[in-house]
Ligand binder design. Structure first.
Ligand code: GLN
Length: 496
């Protein structure tokens, strides 16, 4: 297998054994990035020098006798995470030329574990979106069909890993931004329990929901990345001080004794015959692995979207107040300070970000606060309670990660149809639960020529990351859906 196609686990094994050097891996990946970036556009910045320097340091540490869990593994860092000295844009014009003064804890932990930062990955502006089309800094395409979106908001990280431009992509997930692009790009996308991974150095969108996690080509790689990133960080008061049980060493290959809940409210017949059959088959495969399927109810899950689209914009309107032309990034001069604020924000933010700020400011304004924001918080509690009740009957919940495969550019012209993409992922985010998407088969969309991947979402109770990854591993190991097709890049001019 070519170097660039190897999993993070394989690369680390070989670099630690010194049968392969981190420098050779990095050179191979950077050459490949050069060849395919024109087609895919995963990265906002490619970090040639930092990558080569980091690889040399990894080789040196290994030579000195250290064993690093992610030795030499090429990493794509979502561009809302700080890496000291590198441009960190959050996909926004307002931060187009802003350079991070320090490194995010999650990024630092991966670098300490041996990862090599290849580039900063494109994303929807401030992580608001489901297709990467809201980036102000470029277009990212789906490596499985270049006429389609990679998903979002972590679309650049997903495309990079799918196109072999990295083995681990870092994503952030507020309402689905790791799981949906993973589903669209044939990857594993894992959002841990809220608070498991430090948010220090992550540019905030909605602080009570934001969670960092990995996008990878295998479950084992997701587990390795999680093991390296998770754990209390004194720099993030919401990070959880709780023992981390290593997950990568305990992955199972069967589901004997595991009860899996199938959600009555998530009726896949509404998604069309092809997709319905695909999920039917996925649930049967879980059973074939030894799991017991039980019907469960999440009566308030349907309120997830409405709840999220009050809470997330409310938090974003407050978090994004800091981009005022004074402290960070772009400034457009005005006659006085108010005009300067206005002009800077008008020129710096894109239309979706402005929409969220308006909705959020409205929902928090006096007179409306109780009617919207407080009620949304109450609904959030009810949704979390539904999950608690469901988990009294089952160990994990299975459902789709997204309602369709990746769609074509400009297919979702009104904001609401884009918001609907996160219908299945938002309830878990509101409840803070760990959830992941794992490849579960392929469908050829009407009018499309390439089969496109779909994702199975598995959700676990709070802090049950180990059980979750274990089950996903058993499913991946039996079904092997991810390897059924390769990215269509090779067929395009300029591709490999
Ligand atoms: N698509 C959702 C939104 O736009 C979720 C984004 C995310 O998880 N960052 O808010």
């Amino acid at each position: 297998m070519e170097i660039i196609e190897r999993s993070a686990a394989q690369i680390a094994r070989e670099v630690n054994a010194r049968t392969l050097s981190a420098c050779d891996v990095t050179d191979a990946v950077l050459a490949h990035v050069e060849a395919v970036e024109g087609d895919v556009g995963s990265y906002v910045s490619v970090l040639h020098d930092q990558a080569r320097a980091a690889a040399a340091r990894v080789d040196e540490r290994v030579k000195n006798g250290e064993t690093l869990p992610l030795a030499g593994v090429p990493l794509a860092v979502k561009d809302n995470m700080c890496l000291v000295g590198t441009r960190t844009t959050a996909g926004s014009k307002i931060l187009e030329n802003w350079h991070a003064p320090y490194t995010a804890t999650a990024v630092q932990r991966l670098l300490d574990a041996g990862c090599v930062p290849i580039g900063k990955a494109n994303m929807d502006e401030f992580a608001m979106g489901s297709s990467c089309e809201n980036s102000a800094l470029g277009v990212t395409k789906n490596p499985y069909d270049l006429s389609r979106v990679p998903g979002g908001s972590s679309g650049g990280s997903a495309a990079a890993v799918a196109a072999f431009e990295a083995a681990i992509g870092m994503g952030s997930d507020t309402g689905g931004s790791i799981r949906e692009p993973a589903a669209f790009c044939n990857l594993v996308g894992f959002k841990p329990t809220y608070g498991r991974i430090s948010r220090y150095g992550l540019i905030a969108f909605a602080s009570s929901l934001d969670q960092i996690g990995p996008l990878t080509r295998t479950v084992e790689d997701a587990a390795l990345a999680y093991d390296a990133m998770a754990g209390k960080d004194p720099m993030d008061a919401t990070s959880i001080d709780r023992a981390i049980e290593p997950t990568a060493t305990t992955l199972r290959t069967d589901l004997t004794g595991v009860k899996i809940g199938i959600v009555k409210q998530f009726d896949t017949r509404e998604l069309g015959d092809d997709i319905d059959h695909l999920y039917d088959k996925a649930y049967h495969d879980l059973q074939a692995l030894g799991a017991e399927l039980v019907d469960i109810e999440l009566p308030t899950a349907d309120y997830g979207l409405a709840t999220y689209y009050l809470i997330a914009p409310a938090e974003c309107s407050s978090n994004l107040a800091r981009f005022d032309g004074v402290r960070y990034g772009m400034r457009v001069e005005g006659a006085d300070v108010h005009e300067m604020y206005e002009k800077t924000r008008a020129a710096g933010f894109g239309p979706e970000v402005k929409r969220r700020i308006l909705i959020g400011t409205y929902a928090l304004s006096s007179g409306y606060y109780d009617a919207y924001y407080v009620r949304a918080q109450k609904a959030r509690t009810l949704i979390a309670r539904d999950f608690e009740a469901a988990f009294a009957q089952c160990d994990l919940i299975a459902c789709p990660a997204a309602s369709s495969p990746a769609f074509q550019f400009n297919a979702k012209s009104d904001p609401y149809s884009m918001y609907l993409m996160d219908y299945y992922t938002i309830p878990m985010s509101l409840a803070g639960l760990p959830a992941l998407s794992v490849p579960c088969g392929w469908v050829t969309p009407a009018g499309g020529s390439s089969p496109m991947p779909m994702g199975l979402q598995l959700t676990a109770p709070l802090f049950k990351e180990r059980e979750l990854l274990s089950a996903a591993h058993a499913y991946e190991n039996m079904t092997k859906h991810a390897s059924a097709y390769r990215p269509s890049l090779e067929r395009t001019p300029g591709g490999r």
